[in-house]
Write a protein that binds this ligand. Structure first.
Ligand SMILES: [Co+2]
Length: 368
């Protein structure tokens, strides 16, 4: 996860941290058109600016994330109910003998650490271990997805399995994130906070289950492993299934082009080319990232066509985590300052792996 906002005026952390594009900075530019047409949406505009060290040639993009108020009317053409926030349970404790990443105790908002994560053989073995645990936890979490389970219950199970394995759940306490995993249901693009909402399958429609992305990161022996998948709750309709499958294909294709010396921008092109064939949107504000001894490091991996000049390095570890949408790619952020949903309520899916660049290509570290 990478990117996030804060309070009524978004601060620069928004995409610099958890799951966002690290280049967002605050701007006060209003969006009068949208305001007029829908008084329930409070716009907060933001500007992307490249602040990452080690990366030059910045593009100046302008992106917007809106704060969302819950009295917005249902939008036409969406069969399922709008996602609404539930109750978030108290923070779960971590045994004191489990080492915590430095950001948990620090008051400083975590950002993206400059410089790539490049490892020696021992470091790669540590990355394999944390990646494997993250993948095992994700598989287990996915097996729990069924009608009636709450995302808070999934959080509890994930939390327990991670600490039982002597690891720390990386999201917990990251920039104030209150839970151990992200659960992003239906139109939620990313950073959904586990809560009291039960996953649903509509009883009157046979193929109408939720889709839910579960994003697991563990911190084991000083190394983070980060992975996510989108799961079906019961039977889902063909439209949802196809989105989920194509998103997975985008990740697989992107991994297959990685190798030493390859430009990072080939990842974005590969993903967007495949999404375009199926007329899906690629979310731009949330990015892949270097991962290893720190949760979020250089490089920023953009999932859309871009001009990033950087190239992959042997033994480097980073994530690729495309988010695809059926409709709008524009995000709205809830008042919890984490949950990000599509502005039109259309479905979004995501898959993520941590990979290491090898002599011949790339190895997926987050597999069981
Ligand atoms: Co990530």
């Amino acid at each position: 996860m990478l990117g996030k906002g804060a309070s009524s005026s978004l601060n620069p952390r928004i995409l610099t941290t958890f799951a966002g594009d690290s280049r967002l900075i605050r701007s006060t530019r209003p969006l009068p058109l949208l305001l007029r047409s829908n008084p329930g949406i409070k716009p907060v505009s933001m500007q992307l600016s490249r602040t990452l060290s080690g990366i030059t040639n910045l593009l100046f993009n302008r992106r917007f994330v809106f704060k969302f108020r819950f009295n917005v009317d249902e939008l036409p053409g969406i069969k399922r109910k709008r996602l609404r926030p539930g109750k978030v349970s108290p923070c779960r404790p971590v045994p004191s003998d489990i080492p915590q990443p430095p950001y948990v105790k620090s008051r400083k908002p975590p950002g993206i650490v400059s410089g790539p994560e490049v490892h020696d053989e021992t470091g790669i073995d540590c990355m394999r271990a944390s990646g494997r645990l993250a993948a095992q936890v994700l598989e287990y979490a996915g097996s729990l997805v069924k009608p009636g389970i709450t995302t808070d219950e999934i959080d509890q199970a994930v939390h327990q399995m991670i600490i039982d394995n002597g690891a720390y759940p990386s999201p917990l306490g990251y920039g104030g994130f209150p839970k151990s995993v992200c659960t992003s249901v239906n139109e939620c693009i990313c950073h959904g906070i586990p809560d009291s909402r039960a996953l649903e399958v509509c009883l009157t429609e046979v193929f109408d289950g939720d889709i839910v992305n579960i994003d697991v990161t563990v911190y084991l022996n000083g190394y983070h492993g980060d992975t996510s998948k989108t799961f079906y709750c019961g039977e889902v309709d063909e439209e949802a299934k196809k989105l989920v499958q194509v998103t997975k294909e985008c990740l697989d294709k992107a991994i297959s082009v990685c190798a030493p010396g390859v430009e990072y921008k080939k990842i974005g092109k590969t993903i967007q080319d495949h999404a375009d064939i199926h007329r899906y949107g690629v979310v731009r504000q949330f990015v892949g990232h270097g991962v290893g001894r720190v949760f979020h490091a250089d490089p920023v991996i953009m999932h859309y066509r871009n001009k990033d000049p950087g190239r992959m390095i042997l033994n480097q570890t980073f994530t690729i985590e495309p988010m695809l949408t059926i409709g709008s790619i524009n995000p709205i952020m809830w008042d919890d300052n984490w949950t990000v949903v599509t502005e039109d309520g259309s479905l979004s899916a995501q898959f993520e792996h941590t990979i290491v660049i090898t002599k011949d290509g790339a190895e997926i570290l987050t597999q069981c």
